[in-house]
Structure formats: structure tokens, C-alpha cells
Design a binder for this molecule. Structure first.
Ligand SMILES: Nc1ncnc2c1ncn2[C@@H]1O[C@H](COP(=O)(O)OP(=O)(O)O)[C@@H](O)[C@H]1O
Ligand SMILES: N[C@@H](CC(=O)OP(=O)(O)O)C(=O)O
Length: 426
């Protein structure tokens, strides 16, 4: 059996849904499970809606009406005058509206409310695609991923209970896949008590890997708006090269350092079961794309990953002690507690520095707990550049017009924290 995953960009409008339906219709494997994300920018819009609802803002309903109108427009364009096939989408609208009419429960954590509301992006998109496939005469079956993906109660970052999840998935789907294409949601799951959870932003690729792992799929295809994995993000680099084959190891490293084309958690479960991962273009579905698997050859060319809006924080123990296990464990403890991911770290005898994504609220709370023991210096507005399989020429190329603050090299990877000098620096 195969797993397909379509992200938000592929289903952002009615044209996209028709295109996705065409790709599903054309695949000739008898067993297919399709994981779909929320349409276009819906997840961002639902995030805004959630914060507005929790703060009881007067414009809460305006946010919701915009989301509803976007989906209704897609339905109108797909339905050909008769929207009855899409009635379950309207049921979901009613569910959200009844939730928004209630006062926020002061005893429910904001992150839990977030998951409850934000998950509607995937529920809506999958209902729409499924209804459209049925309207086309294709025998597809909509499955609620919350019934199958069991997580703990780390809302917004649910940790998967693999054993229970695989049991649910195989029990519910093994037979069904013989008769229907199964359509389900990326990104969402639920706790043992039945509360909806999400798996972390951009987590739908990961969902595809979870289903593939549990069902021992023969392969997974994630359909993107790029021809495959390129040696850099085309949004930042003019001249990119498509990589035809990638080892799991190189793919993990690229995703880990921030190549957003694949969610970092996606690769490991597939590697464990030797399941190949194809990255292909939903715009040119006939093209081959990239395949990630067990290959001998490492990445054939240098790959570049840019992370913008980075903050470099340095800790200096106030008591003039060296940086050692004891003070490091305090620092790491704070980062773990506030869920701030360290993108790069480096220490000298008397200081410890990290580069992190700039999230001012979280960082302020995190640093407050360390200020008594450490003098903390802070440098914002930086970029973190990672080059996998670097050489001197590639480093020179990315440092044009940049001030280098930190350089860290390992055998295959170099990471550079830089400040853009703009034209003034020339
Ligand atoms: N190395 C890379 N190769 C290809 N695309 C990349 C790479 N790094 C970042 N990207 C970006 O990833 C985007 C596709 O991922 P994403 O937007 O998350 O897709 P979706 O939301 O549809 O799953 C591309 O549009 C591209 O800008
Ligand atoms: N819709 C979710 C999950 C996801 O993975 O989306 P996409 O596949 O469009 O990146 C998000 O935006 O975070």
C-alpha cells in the first residue's frame, strides 16, 4: 500500500482540490491512504481565531467568518450548483460556531483550546476533498485521524503513543484499504480521554510517516510545490539544483537544520522500516522528484539552509566559575521547560552561547529564571546558515556582505551565525 500526503499549498483553492483529486484518481496502486493538511493559510487563520476567542475579542466572529467564507467559496466552485455532497462540511461549521458561542472555560489550558479549534482546518479540508472525490464517482472513505493517532496530553506538541496508534490503525484500516481510498487528516490526534491534540506546526508530513510505519507501506509520497528536494530553498536562492536521490541520513540532517521541505520527525520512522519517501511536485505530477532511501552515495552537492530571525544568547556565570555540567544543566533545564529549541550551541571556558528562533515572550520568561546566576547578553536580528557538505568556496559565497559572529564546523556540516550588513556594510 502507498501513502500520499498533500500539504496546504496543494489544496489552497478549488483548482488545487481538482488537481489533487486528479492525482489520486490516476494512481494505480490498489491500496492508497491520503493524508491532507488544512487549506492554504487556514492554520494561521485558526491560530488568530483561537487567540481572539480566548481573549474574548470583539472581532472573534470576523476572523471565523473569513475562514468559513474561504471554505464556502471552494465548495461553491466544486459543487456545480448542488452542495448536498458537502453537507458534512456544514456540520463542521456548526460545531465551530457552537464552540465559539460558549465562554472560554477558565479551567481548560489555552493550548488545549488551541488544538480543539485549530484541528478544524484539517477536518474541513479532508471533508471537502472526500466529498469532491465521491462526487467524481471515486470510492473514497473519510477517516477521523483523532480516533487513530493516540498522543499524550502535550497539547500543541502531542507525543505519539506508537504502540496504541499502530494497533488502532491496523485494526481500523487494513481491511478498509482493500475496498476504498482512505482520506484522513494530517497534524491531529487525540489523548486517551478523547481530547484533540496537534502534533506541532507543519506536522502533517509526520502523520504520513506514522500511517506508513504502522501499515508497513511500500512507499510514501509527499506532494509539494517544488520539483523535489533542492539544494536550497528556492525562496532564498536563485540557482537551485534538484537532488534525485538522498540517503535517510542526509535527509534527516537537512530537515533537522531547518530545510522546511520535510518535517524533521518524518524520516526516522520511515528509515526504521526501510520505506522510501518520494518528494514530488503536485504541479508536475508526471515528473520523478526526489527519492529518499537506503542509498550508498551521500549528498552529491552542497546544500544550504537559511534560518532568519535568529537570536544569539550568551550566558556568563556571575560567580566567575567555568561553564561546566552543573550550570549547563540549569540552562538546558530552562530551555526544556519553555520548549525553546536550540539551533546551535557553543561554549568557551567562561561562556555558553545558543542561537534560537526569536520568540520574545517565551525567551523573556525563560531568561528570567537564569538572570540571577548568569550575566546574559543578547543579539537579535541574525541569520543562521547551515551548509551540509561544505567547502571554502561555499562558505565564502554565503558570507558576502555578512558579519560572521559564530562558526561551527563538523566533518560534513558548517553552521554560521551572521549579521546581514545590508548595503551599508559594503
Ligand atoms: N531544500 C529545499 N528543497 C525544496 N524546497 C524547500 C527546501 N527548503 C525549503 N523549501 C521550501 O519548502 C516549501 C514546501 O514545503 P511546505 O510549504 O511546508 O509544503 P506543504 O505546506 O505543502 O507541506 C517550498 O515551497 C520551499 O520554499
Ligand atoms: N496545517 C498544519 C499542518 C501542516 O503540516 O501543514 P502543511 O502540510 O501545509 O505544512 C500547519 O500549517 O502547521
Amino acid at each position: 500500500m502507498q501513502v500520499f500526503k498533500f500539504g496546504g499549498a496543494s489544496v489552497k483553492n478549488a483548482h488545487g482540490v481538482r488537481n489533487v483529486a486528479g492525482i489520486i484518481q490516476q494512481q494505480n496502486s490498489s491500496q492508497l491512504l491520503v493524508v491532507i493538511s488544512a487549506m492554504g493559510e487556514t492554520t494561521n487563520a485558526l491560530e488568530q481565531l483561537t487567540w481572539a476567542y480566548l481573549r474574548r475579542q470583539a472581532d472573534t466572529d470576523t476572523f471565523w467568518q473569513r475562514i468559513r467564507a474561504n471554505h464556502e467559496q471552494v465548495i461553491q466552485e466544486l459543487a456545480d450548483g448542488d452542495t448536498s455532497a458537502f453537507s458534512q462540511v456544514y456540520d463542521l461549521f456548526a460545531e465551530v460556531e457552537s464552540l465559539l458561542q460558549r465562554e472560554p472555560d477558565p479551567y481548560t489550558r489555552p493550548d488545549q483550546v488551541y488544538d480543539q479549534l485549530v484541528s478544524y482546518g484539517e477536518l474541513l479540508s479532508t471533508r471537502i476533498v472526500n466529498a469532491y472525490l465521491n462526487q467524481m464517482g471515486l470510492d473514497s472513505y473519510w477517516v477521523d485521524a483523532r480516533r487513530l493517532i493516540r498522543t499524550d496530553d502535550s497539547f500543541r506538541e502531542g507525543k505519539v503513543d506508537w504502540k496504541q496508534t499502530c494497533e488502532y490503525i491496523t485494526d481500523s484500516l487494513a481491511e478498509l484499504l482493500n475496498s476504498s481510498v482512505v482520506i484522513t487528516q494530517g497534524f491531529i490526534g487525540s489523548t486517551r480521554e478523547g481530547y484533540t491534540t496537534t502534533l506541532g506546526r507543519d506536522g502533517s508530513d509526520y502523520t504520513a510517516a506514522i500511517f506508513a510505519y504502522c501499515l508497513e507501506a511500500s512507499n510514501v509520497t509527499i506532494w509539494k510545490d517544488v520539483p523535489g528536494v533542492l539544494n536550497a530553498d528556492p525562496k532564498w536562492f536563485d540557482e537551485t539544483v534538484k537532488i534525485d536521490q538522498l540517503t535517510y541520513q542526509d535527509a534527516i540532517e537537512l530537515a533537522y537544520y531547518g530545510a522546511t521541505v520535510i518535517h524533521p520527525k518524518t524520516i526516522k520512522p520511515l528509515q526504521n522500516k526501510h520505506i522510501p519517501l518520494y518528494v514530488r511536485s503536485f504541479l508536475q505530477p508526471q515528473d520523478y522528484g526526489t527519492v529518499i532511501g537506503n542509498f550508498e552515495q551521500r549528498l552529491p552537492i552542497s546544500s544550504f539552509i537559511f534560518k532568519m530571525n535568529q537570536t544569539l544568547i550568551s550566558f556568563h556565570p556571575k560567580d566567575f566559575s567555568f561553564i561546566a555540567e552543573e550550570n549547563l544543566s540549569k540552562i538546558f533545564g530552562q530551555f526544556a521547560e519553555y520548549g525553546v529549541k536550540i539551533n546551535l550551541m557553543q561554549n568557551t571556558a567562561i561562556s555558553f552561547s545558543v542561537a534560537v528562533d526569536n520568540r520574545p515572550d517565551r525567551l523573556a520568561r525563560l531568561l528570567a529564571g537564569l538572570q540571577e546566576e548568569f550575566r546574559i547578553s543578547y543579539n537579535e536580528g541574525l541569520e543562521l546558515i547551515t551548509i551540509r557538505h561544505y567547502d571554502d568556496r561555499t562558505i565564502e559565497r554565503v558570507l558576502v556582505n555578512k558579519k560572521l559572529l559564530v562558526e561551527q564546523k563538523s566533518r560534513y556540516t558548517v553552521q554560521l551565525v551572521v549579521k546581514d550588513l545590508g548595503t551599508h556594510g559594503l
